[in-house]
Ligand binder design. Structure first.
Ligand code: BTN
Length: 253
């Protein structure tokens, strides 16, 4: 393991060859009192986790796996995944030079031409000093063989969509810098952060299937994204504000 600090926040960054899950290690650091912005980066994960109990395939040498401790007002916990989506989208977009377009599937997947390029796992831990862990996995140089044969949602990588490999260290530097900027925005202008999501959100106007953290999935039209980051879904008889959860759209997979 090596340590460095991330300007301007000065929070520690740990680099590991292999961990079970960067989210799990970030949670351990957070529980031990690590400051906001503490970041865990790994070259590989042996038990990388996705949302809704899925695993996240994390082979060495090809992708980016990172988790960050986020200490914010618990009233804004719902914005943590959006912080990750905007930061990762901007870092990827800069690296790809804007072509092809990278879209956000609210609240936290990044898609290119309907295929999943990156996933975000945001977790919140209550207690005396509540904090969030923001986990980001980006498929950078993965080949088709490296990607999961996920029938539910097709996966892709930056190399596959751009036809060339990318420097993972340069992408990491952009991601860390963008995380700093979006973190500042979350503090100073949370509606501005949500506006950045809205600008690139592919969910809006679509028929979606919502998987709330508890309760039964339901379907409707993703009508709008409110300034507080909540997705409003129009069902046949009412509007439902979706504060947290996963959204799919009936179609691929
Ligand atoms: C998803 O799309 O289901 C979320 C995937 C999140 C994967 C990242 S990789 C870094 C961090 N550590 C984990 O164990 N998961 C997240």
């Amino acid at each position: 393991m090596s340590r460095a600090t991330s300007p301007p926040s000065g929070a520690p960054i740990e680099h590991h060859a292999t961990v079970e899950s960067t989210n799990d290690l970030a949670r351990t650091r957070g529980l031990a009192g690590a400051p906001d912005g503490t970041t865990i980066v790994a070259d590989a994960q042996t038990a990388g986790r996705g949302r809704r109990g899925r695993s996240w395939r994390s082979p060495p040498g090809v992708n980016l796996y990172l988790s960050r401790v986020v200490r914010i007002d618990p009233a804004r916990a719902g914005l943590v995944p959006l912080l990750g989506a905007v930061a990762a989208r901007e870092a990827i977009d800069e690296t790809l030079g804007g072509d092809p377009q990278v879209a956000i599937k609210w609240p936290n997947d990044l898609l290119v031409r309907g295929e999943k390029l990156a996933g975000i796992l945001a977790e919140w831990f209550d207690g005396a000093s509540p904090f969030g862990v923001l986990g980001i996995g980006i498929n950078v140089n993965a080949t088709r063989a490296d990607l999961p044969p996920d029938v539910r949602w097709p996966a892709t990588s930056m190399a596959l969509v751009a036809g060339r490999r990318h420097d993972r260290q340069a992408l990491l530097a952009r991601l860390l810098s963008s995380l700093e900027h979006q973190r500042e925005l979350l503090q100073s202008d949370p509606e501005g952060l949500v506006a950045r999501v809205r600008d690139h959100c592919e969910s809006l106007g679509r028929k979606v299937r919502v998987h709330p953290p508890s309760g039964q999935p339901f379907e409707g039209i993703a009508a709008r994204l409110d300034p507080d980051g909540v997705l409003v879904v129009q069902t046949t008889d009412r509007q439902i504000r979706v504060v947290a959860g996963d959204v799919d759209w009936p179609g691929p997979g």
